[in-house]
Design a protein around this ligand. Sequence first.
Ligand code: PLP
Length: 223
Amino acid sequence: MNTLAERIDRVRSKIAAAAARGRGQAVQLLAVTKTVPPEVIAQAMSCGLTLFGENRAQEALPKIKRFPQAEWHFIGQLQTNKVKNVVGRFALIHSLDRWKLATALQARAEITGQPVRVLVQVNVGREPQKGGVLPEDVPAFLREVAQLSHLRVEGLMAIPPAVSDPEDSRPYFRALYELFRSIDMPGVKMKTLSMGMSADYEVAVEEGANLVRVGSLLFGERS
Ligand SMILES: *Cc1c(COP(=O)(O)O)cnc(C)c1O
């Protein structure tokens, strides 16, 4: 079993190689720390990781308190009644997927006075059980969200359908990149394309991801 430092190095060099094969873009590594204890997060930080992702506010808040110097991203499905636990605590929310959530975030941000940075989650595989805006609805959705004074849209996020061969995810990543590139509207920045996880981050980077969300490959399988 190799060390955390070795696993981080390995993922970093694979990302660099994939970007070189792809579009030569700079890629951020978001370490997904759900179920990962604080001691291990401390180790990851000493290896130079600074970006961390969590999908449940309740689990994340004590970690954020303990490591306020890190940058924390919210990557899970967000219920509107949990919005107050997320706004002001996470630097970026990857999972804006419906209008009701947009207005809840806006209402909370008006109270705190701080704008909320978000990515719009796209249901690229058109899976009924998954959150996300359908690809063809993304431009109209963005136009609406751009009207909300306290929301800052900075890009797109997606979790494509589970496949056994990462190559099968390539068309989804490619479609997402094309959508990402096609959007040009006032009040919306297309800066971050969050796609790719442990099983498929290399393919995602080859297709243009500039942020990958990697958990189990760094920290081991979650039980
Ligand atoms: C858990 C999770 C990840 C990381 O998954 P791994 O397969 O462990 O790398 C990435 N994105 C989201 C939204 C997650 O919930």
